[in-house]
Design a protein around this ligand. Structure first.
Ligand SMILES: Cc1cc2nc3c(=O)[nH]c(=O)nc-3n(C[C@H](O)[C@H](O)[C@H](O)COP(=O)(O)OP(=O)(O)OC[C@H]3O[C@@H](n4cnc5c(N)ncnc54)[C@H](O)[C@@H]3O)c2cc1C
Length: 539
């Protein structure tokens, strides 16, 4: 890489390829900066790929945190406009059950209105009509503009646009040290996990968007950011039980949100403090599974008889207030730290806290700071500028040949107007790799060629291969075949397939009873008995 004659030099380096880093890379590059983004694994490998995917209306925070609530509703409306292909506008219900205090409802609605959220009390019978899966014993309901948002799609759309505006994006590149000169951060030392080599990159400003790992990144500069790792566990069910987001109308508590998304729905979340030594290996406990099921069934009783696909957990990047040595005064709001003014370390800033759905605002704040530091006078445009995939009319209106094909409709759902780049020219490209999610060979080829796919897990995030009911049982070997062809290495693809299946099993293990266990046993039989994967392990 060579910019203005100097190699490895940028205006801004961003650490972390979650939604915050991706959004910041987009905004900085739109404002004309030379950007480098570094991610140690794949995009969305942290909290961004391990959350509810709830496009909050802000109602959840209306009573307890008015600032977050009004940020949410503003960003909710912006994302519906700029990220159409990442959002499902399915609305939400906050229901009261006989065990809840119905008086909370009026305070809730009043607080929503104060925050600018359109919240309407509706009759329980009307709520049952809108969402037939809702607990029929509900005694109250409030309709709000909640929705669902696909975190992988949203992150990728930001990355695609950042690249289109000249950003350099390096995945599987881990920042191992911050380079300092006379007390100023002037660059980063980076380990390339693929090539197994180290390189230094330089910029007048480095932005730490490392989520909960931002704590360790700040330490590299000798700075303490009082982060508070809060684990949340979730369960994914095998189909969409509900089409409207279901919440409990009470102060935020465990397992009180049921979110539909694509072909599934998910219940969450728990919340518990964990140590920094645990954040790289989150395990869902059986107590958490019991709690999620117990509370989830109160929202939608059908969950009791619905197959659970898997369990997973993420860690929220929450920050303790600077003036609170106990670390208990936790903010769920956006935290932008200019380490020059806060800690006397120029050239370094941290952007964290917030939520998936307030990422754009977080990116705007971080980029405003970068502009101020670098003397750039360009306003933010991301609130009006649609993301790639949501810019043009979707191809189905012009693509008569495939307009009625369910495979094509799924592809358009995932990629928006970028689906026009996916080949439908021949029988092979139109054939299916993944039946559960309707992923075609053409879509996999597109992802392999254009979307930074290095392995099966990356492919899953880009296309949903292996995310559906069979959890990779039928599609994983086909996808591995295409990966082997693209990378011209059968051995690597096989090893990758084994890793992918083990990763899937990790999520199934906490819920391995009944149908999930049967499915797990069957997968083992297919891959050991038919594909000989166990023989490969022995070699
Ligand atoms: C259980 C749970 C449920 C949630 N539900 C919702 C929800 O429904 N709606 C919502 O809006 N928000 C939700 N959130 C919050 C949301 O997920 C997070 O606020 C958001 O994803 C944080 O994004 P981020 O980019 O700041 O951090 P992350 O996504 O964690 O990204 C940080 C990235 O930095 C990378 N990194 C770390 N160290 C290094 C290094 N040394 N070098 C290079 N890269 C590095 C990591 O690999 C990671 O990819 C939820 C969070 C959790 C945990």
């Amino acid at each position: 890489m060579n910019l203005n004659g100097k190699s490895n030099e940028y205006d801004v380096i961003i650490i972390g390829g979650g939604i915050t880093g991706a959004g910041t890379a987009r905004d900085c590059s739109l404002r004309g900066m030379r950007v480098l983004l570094l991610e140690r694994f794949d995009f969305a490998a942290g909290a961004t790929g391990r959350n509810h995917g709830l496009l909050h209306s802000g109602a959840r925070y209306a009573v307890t945190d008015k600032e977050s609530a009004s940020e949410c509703i503003k960003e909710n409306m912006i994302l519906r406009k700029i990220a159409r292909h990442c959002v499902e506008e399915n609305n939400g219900l906050f229901i009261s059950l006989p065990e809840d205090d119905i008086n909370f409802q009026s305070k809730f609605v009043e607080s929503c209105h104060e925050a600018g959220i359109d919240a309407q009390i509706i009759d329980p019978a009307e709520a049952r009509r809108i969402e037939p899966s809702v607990n029929p014993n509900l005694i109250g309901a409030v309709k709000v503009p909640d929705g669902s948002v696909d975190p992988f799609r949203l992150t990728l759309a930001n990355i695609i646009d950042a690249k289109a505006h000249g950003a350099q994006i390096l995945v599987y590149h881990e920042v191992t040290a911050l380079i300092k000169e006379q007390g100023r951060v002037i660059g980063v030392a980076v380990w390339d996990h693929k090539k197994k080599e180290s390189t230094n990159y330089y910029a007048p400003l480095t932005i730490n968007a490392g989520g909960i790992w931002g704590h360790n990144i700040a330490k590299m500069a000798g700075i303490e950011v009082g982060m508070y790792p809060a684990k949340g566990s979730l369960l994914i069910f095998g189909h969409r039980v509900n089409n409207v987001v279901l919440n409990r109308c009470r102060k935020p508590a465990d397992a009180d949100i049921l979110v539909p998304g694509d072909t599934i729905c998910l219940i969450g979340t728990t919340s518990s403090h964990v140590g920094f030594d645990e954040v790289d290996d989150m395990r869902v406990t059986s107590e958490e599974v019991d709690l999620l099921l117990r509370e989830g069934e109160k929202l939608a009783p059908a969950l009791a008889t619905t197959r659970i696909l898997r369990a997973y957990a993420g860690v929220r990047p929450l920050v303790a207030a600077d003036n609170d040595p106990t670390g208990r005064n936790i903010s769920r709001g956006i935290v932008l730290l200019d380490h020059e003014t806060r800690d006397g370390v120029p050239g370094f800033a941290t952007i964290t806290g917030g939520k998936l759905m307030t990422y754009r605002l977080m990116a705007e704040k971080a980029t405003d700071l970068a502009c101020a530091k670098l003397g750039i006078d360009k306003p933010c445009t991301t609130m009006n500028e649609p993301l790639p995939g949501s810019r043009n009319e979707e191809p189905e209106s012009t693509d008569k040949k495939h307009a009625t094909s369910p495979i094509r409709r799924s592809t358009i759902g995932r990629h928006g107007d970028l689906a026009a780049r996916i080949s439908t020219d021949n029988e092979v490209d139109n054939s299916l790799v993944c039946e559960c999610e309707d992923v075609s060979v053409g879509e996999v080829k597109y992802a392999l060629k254009e979307l930074d796919v290095h392995n099966m897990e990356d492919l899953r995030h880009r296309t949903r291969v292996g995310m559906g009911t069979c959890q990779g049982e039928l599609c994983a070997c086909r996808a591995a075949g295409l990966l082997s062809e693209a990378h011209n290495c059968a051995h690597q693809a096989k090893a990758d397939l084994a890793r992918f299946l083990n990763e899937r099993w990790k999520g199934m293990y906490p819920v391995a009873w009944g149908e999930a266990l049967r499915e797990g046993e069957y997968t083992q039989w297919v891959y050991k008995g038919l594909c000989g994967m166990n023989k490969m392990e022995e070699k």
